[in-house]
Design a protein around this ligand. Structure first.
Ligand code: ZN
Ligand code: ZN
Length: 373
């Protein structure tokens, strides 16, 4: 399915002239309707994804403008600098995001309601150049955000809460059942108050009294120079909003580093290959290798062998802790010519004659020499 065939306005059921607020409202309504947890239709998940994709584009003014103009938004080159659409759902499940919103306070062990927002996890990919200099990235997350409508209180008119009449404020209910083993008593979370012990006098219609609503948020975070592949950054308070204004969870950002075209990284050190002709290797040469910040001059000594290493100090990556930079190690690759011109063959023949004075080593004697160093 190509992005060009999608009608994002139809997916949300809004006019092309819809305001930002109308789009947000339509998204919330649709997200509630077709969330796979509430909707039994076989295509609910597919529809839920389309609604999210549509909202991703239409809620971002630059993406929306591009979509209006060209009828498509390439997530990789799109105007938004955020991660691509595939990343948006990466790291955390949609079920996690909505289960609390839809009253998922189940599980017999839930003695007390969890009212703090949960931590959420996302993964982002950065380049080796980003690692060299550090970078600020904007991450798009689907999360529960405080409800604007009721100021996260969950109450439509500020009348607040009262003690739950069903559980008397305990947040749990004891039930007794007669079984063939005798009377069995069980404790279950109170459904009426979602195990909080309080009910809202007049619940906010936007958030159903939860004080938080699903939304798409843009979180900015600084990726420090020298960060390692797989390291995690904790963005305080950027996770799920708390229940009725309680403390929000954190966003845990796992940083993955994309492979580089020609540089390989080992800790703060970088490695690069350098192709040399047989004459450059034999006679020595002044060459340049591509480093992380442009070309780096390197002196190839005469008599360089295949695999010899030349170390350029301070041309590696910054150290995450401590100071200074790692080194750039240049690995010599000596190219033996596959084709020779007539002239080259003659010259090499003459050269071979000059080596001919020495007794020709057999493969076995060479191996012995090599083993003796
Ligand atoms: Zn509300
Ligand atoms: Zn209750």
């Amino acid at each position: 399915m190509s992005a060009g065939t999608k009608d994002y306005y139809a997916a949300l059921g809004v006019e092309r002239t819809a305001s930002e607020a109308e789009i947000k409202k339509a998204f919330r309504k649709k997200a509630r309707e077709c969330h796979p947890d509430v909707c039994g239709d076989h295509d609910a998940e597919e529809r839920f994804k389309s609604v999210n994709e549509a909202y991703d584009v239409l809620s971002d003014p630059s993406k929306r403008e591009m979509y209006d103009r060209y009828g498509t938004v390439d997530p990789r080159t799109g105007a938004g600098a955020g991660p691509d659409l595939g990343d948006i759902f990466g790291g955390f499940g949609m079920d996690d995001l909505f289960s609390v919103f839809f009253g998922g306070m189940t599980g017999g062990a839930a003695r007390r309601a969890r009212t703090r927002g949960r931590d959420m996890a996302v993964q982002i990919v950065v380049t080796l150049e980003d690692v060299a200099h550090g970078v600020e990235r904007e991450i798009v997350v689907n999360r529960l955000v405080p409800c604007d409508e009721c100021g996260a209180s969950g109450s439509s008119d500020g009348s607040g809460t009262r003690t739950c009449p069903d559980c008397g404020g305990a947040g749990q209910r004891r039930t007794q059942r007669q079984t063939f083993l005798g009377m069995v008593q069980s404790v279950a979370p109170c459904e009426r108050c979602s195990a909080t012990g309080h009910v809202i006098e007049s619940p906010c219609s936007e958030c159903n009294g939860q004080g938080r609503v699903p939304d798409r948020d843009h979180v900015r975070t600084q990726i420090p120079a020298g960060i390692d592949d797989g390291q995690q950054i904790r963005v305080r308070g950027a996770g799920e909003a708390g229940f009725r204004g309680d403390v929000a969870g954190d966003l845990l950002v796992t940083v993955r580093i994309a492979p580089h075209e020609y540089l390989e990284r080992h800790g703060p050190d970088l490695h690069v290959g350098l192709s040399l002709t047989i004459t450059e290797a034999a006679l020595g040469a002044d060459r340049e290798v591509p480093g992380i910040d442009g070309d780096v001059p390197v002196t190839v000594p005469a008599g360089t062998q295949f695999g010899d290493q030349m170390r350029v100090r301070g041309e590696g990556l910054p150290r995450l802790r401590g100071s200074g930079k790692g080194d750039l190690t240049v690995h010599a690759i000596i190219e033996i010519p596959r084709k020779l011109t007539k002239e080259q063959r003659e010259l090499l023949g003459q050269l071979a004659g000059t080596f001919g004075e020495q007794p020709r080593a057999t493969p076995l004697t060479r191996l012995k020499e090599w083993l003796q160093g």
